[in-house]
Design a binder for this molecule. Structure first.
Ligand SMILES: [Zn+2]
Length: 617
């Protein structure tokens, strides 16, 4: 009856009341025993009233900021009432909506379906691990607030697998677990990882009342052998965030880490956990460790910046309402800055590694040709379309630059705060003010651009609004490097390899000559990208071509490196034979400066503020 009012009135408020009053709790059973085949089976019982009903599949995913709910993977769908199958129809415009008519007398509806967990070349499961993200296995009534939909979820895992999640377990027997009833918001915010090889390590530092745990699953027993040094760093990470913010907006926290090369490498933030995937040898390989060092600090920082304080345009009432990405340079940019700083403050990355990483970030953005047509702001605003692009022409198109360039902008803001307050204040004080407050269970406090400016001004008065808008709207060819120079360092290039780039080359096997010839190529010579304005671009080379020979000799990474070296003392231009589809052509590149890689060196006579920035609080 009230439900009917809800459909007719079609307002969110009435709907939420209606659902609460029909004591509607969805019961979700996920059978994950087929996870190694990358398919999940689920049944869902939904409280209903007779009449038209539209159920929706989550489309706009928190933390993802995009309409990427994998509806293409949602299969095997059937609806039943009292054992009798109901017909359904997909909406003609909204691929995520399913229309039904509930027969008279019915109060419950059963749905059964499967979800395929492959995405292109990546997946969320393998023979040994599963990353269960609940938004892939739920439906809910259209136009309801996800805070108001209650879900009682359970899972059955492959035999012998163990799991980690921030959800509270109500009951567990054998390979099955039932979780305490939560809102759909909390369920989707609380993924579960499971695997044959599982390890749980307490990382709550002494004196900290809230439990912090790292749950690991991996492709092998060796993968989850975290070192004592890393455990100490993660305890320090928890302690450092306590000092930085002075409050926690969760009741417990789980670092959910999947270590494997067959499943997705990613990081997704939640209020009480983060769902991160990294390479299998992250703990045992120095290069991999360096590249991943900011992953967990980054995702953890998001519990404050992104989950608790959230841009108003991303704080939506359910997963069907479009999100606005315009403040992602705060959401992701500030998180990128602190993810890197916290990696250094906690010893996950050495000061040298931190500076090499920063040098690479600054150099990469300094060589972004696309910045002359597309301001940083537009990379955030267009988040919905950015990730659909191929790697070719990334430099000209720009990518999710609100991460790394946000990093540079916040480094500059931090340096100015320290300068203007004679070292008395810093961005740490802003974090304490803006993200701290009172500790308690998860909640969302939205903000707008002006709220950021006001809070910065409360810490150190300055025209922050003007500075930020200039940086965000700039089409200058150079990246904003004021933070580096203000902090007593400068960006230089020489023929010594940058350690971040070296680790990256070892992993990808690509060769990155962005700062010399101006291209990135695979080991086989396929040009992934060519930088407009670079020597390679001037010679006519483009991404998609394949380099066959260098000065008449068969292409290899060693051969191009040798040719670059001899080119320094040689007047002859470089001759590159390239294949473009079915055609071959020789390209002449006039370049004689050898390999160039970025580094930071101290600016004479200036204090080393960067060293202060990465000191533990
Ligand atoms: Zn992030």
């Amino acid at each position: 009856m009230i439900k009917q009012t809800c459909i007719l009135a079609a307002t969110l408020l009435l709907c939420s009341v209606a659902i609460a009053q029909t004591s509607g709790t969805e019961r979700l059973k996920v059978d994950a025993t087929d996870a190694p085949r990358n398919i999940l089976h689920a049944t869902l019982t939904v409280p209903v009233s007779p009449g038209p009903l539209t159920l929706v599949y989550p489309k706009w995913l928190p933390g993802n900021h995009r309409p990427t709910g994998p509806i293409q993977n949602f299969t095997g769908l059937h609806f039943f009432v009292g054992g009798k199958e109901l017909e359904w129809q997909r909406d003609l415009e909204d691929m995520y909506a399913f229309h039904l008519v509930v027969p008279a007398g019915a109060s419950e509806l059963q749905a059964s379906y499967d979800t395929i967990t492959y995405y292109g070349k990546s997946s969320l499961a393998s023979s040994k691990v599963l990353d269960l993200v609940w938004n892939q296995v739920v439906l809910y009534p259209k136009d309801t607030k996800t805070d108001d939909v209650r879900v009682s979820a359970s899972v059955r895992l492959p035999e012998g697998w163990k799991f980690g999640t921030a959800l509270n377990t109500a009951q567990q027997s054998g390979d099955s677990a039932e979780f305490q009833t939560v809102s759909l918001t909390t369920l989707v915010d609380s993924p579960l990882i499971a695997g044959q090889f599982f390890r749980e390590v307490q990382i709550t530092p002494p004196g900290e009342p809230i439990s912090h745990v790292i749950d690991m699953v991996g492709e092998s027993e060796e993968a989850i052998e975290i070192t004592d040094k890393d455990i100490a760093s993660l305890k320090q990470l928890v302690a450092q965030t306590g000092k930085l913010f002075g409050a926690r907006h969760y009741t417990k926290y789980h670092f959910l880490l999947t270590l494997g090369d067959q499943t997705a490498h990613h990081g997704l933030e939640h209020h009480e956990s983060n769902d991160s995937g990294a390479v299998e040898d992250m703990f045992s390989n120095n290069g991999a460790h360096d590249l991943e060092a900011d992953l967990l600090p980054h995702e953890f920082f998001h519990s404050w910046n992104g989950k608790y304080r959230r841009p108003a345009g991303l704080a939506t009432p359910n997963y069907q309402v479009p999100m606005h990405g315009d403040l992602l340079w705060v959401y992701e940019g500030l998180t990128d800055y602190y993810g890197n700083i916290l990696a250094a403050r906690t010893g996950l990355r050495s000061p040298d590694e931190f500076r090499e990483n920063l040098a690479y970030t600054a150099a990469m953005l300094d060589h972004r040709a696309g910045r002359t047509w597309r301001p940083l702001q537009d990379t955030a605003t267009s988040v919905q379309s950015l990730f659909a692009a191929q790697p070719e022409w990334t430099n000209w198109r720009r990518s999710a630059d609100y991460y790394p360039e946000g990093y540079l902008i916040w480094l500059e803001v931090d340096s100015l705060m320290r300068q203007k307050s004679n070292g008395q204040k810093s961005l740490n004080d802003f974090c304490h003010l803006f993200y701290g407050g009172k500790s308690g269970p998860p909640m969302v406090v939205p903000y707008k651009f002006d709220d950021i400016v006001t809070a910065l001004n409360q810490v150190v008065p300055y025209d922050w609004g003007k500075l930020l808008r200039e940086r965000l709207d700039s089409k200058a060819p150079q990246a904003p490097k004021g933070g580096i120079t203000n902090d007593g360092w400068k960006l230089i290039y020489n023929d010594q390899k940058n350690t971040t780039m070296e680790a990256s080359e070892k992993r990808s096997n690509n060769i990155d000559l962005s700062f010399s010839l101006g291209f990135i190529a695979t080991k086989e010579g396929e040009l992934r990208d060519v930088i407009p304005g670079s020597p390679a671009y001037a010679a006519g080379l483009g991404p998609g071509m394949k380099l066959i020979a260098v000065n008449g000799r068969k292409w290899s990474k060693d051969i191009i490196r040798t040719a670059l070296k001899s080119g320094i003392h040689n007047q002859q231009p470089l001759s590159l034979l390239a294949e473009n589809g079915e055609y071959y052509k020789t390209y002449t590149v006039n370049y004689h400066e050898g390999e160039r890689y970025p580094h930071l060196v101290r600016e004479d006579g200036q204090p080393d503020v960067l060293d202060e920035v990465i000191k533990p609080e």
